[in-house]
Design a protein. Structure first.
Length: 121
């Protein structure tokens, strides 16, 4: 009976591992990933070890054609505020940096191992 329980636990762990997206962070046995809100990250993972606020400028070329066939190109630049949240889960896990834009996670970067003194989640 114990062998069946161990086999079931191993199979469940394998399915859980396969089901997790490659760009995802796990906190409290729940997945936080691209598209989630910053509120979800706070709820599941707590306060990040570091928050960096910055802006990026994005440019886009817009073309339009006049009735006489002339094409006019305009470049539009927009400044977008973003936040970089770094989670340090301690020396046994990798740190993770989330890029937050307009209250949503737009990307995630895995960093090196965390530092001592931070509570693992």
């Amino acid at each position: 009976m114990r062998e069946h329980a161990l086999l079931f636990a191993a199979a469940l762990a394998a399915v859980t591992f396969v089901a997790a997206p490659s760009e995802a962070m796990t906190c409290r046995q729940r997945i936080v990933q691209q598209g989630d809100t910053s509120g979800r990250a706070l709820e599941l993972c707590g306060e990040p070890a570091e928050i960096i606020q910055q802006t990026v400028t994005r440019s886009r070329v817009i073309q339009r054609q006049l009735p006489d066939g002339t094409i006019i190109s305009d470049t539009i630049s927009v400044t977008v505020p973003i936040e970089l949240w770094t989670y340090d889960f301690g020396p046994q896990r990798f740190m993770v940096r989330l890029v937050i834009e307009d209250g949503r996670i737009v990307s995630e970067e895995t960093l090196g191992y965390g530092t001592a003194g931070n509570s693992p989640r």
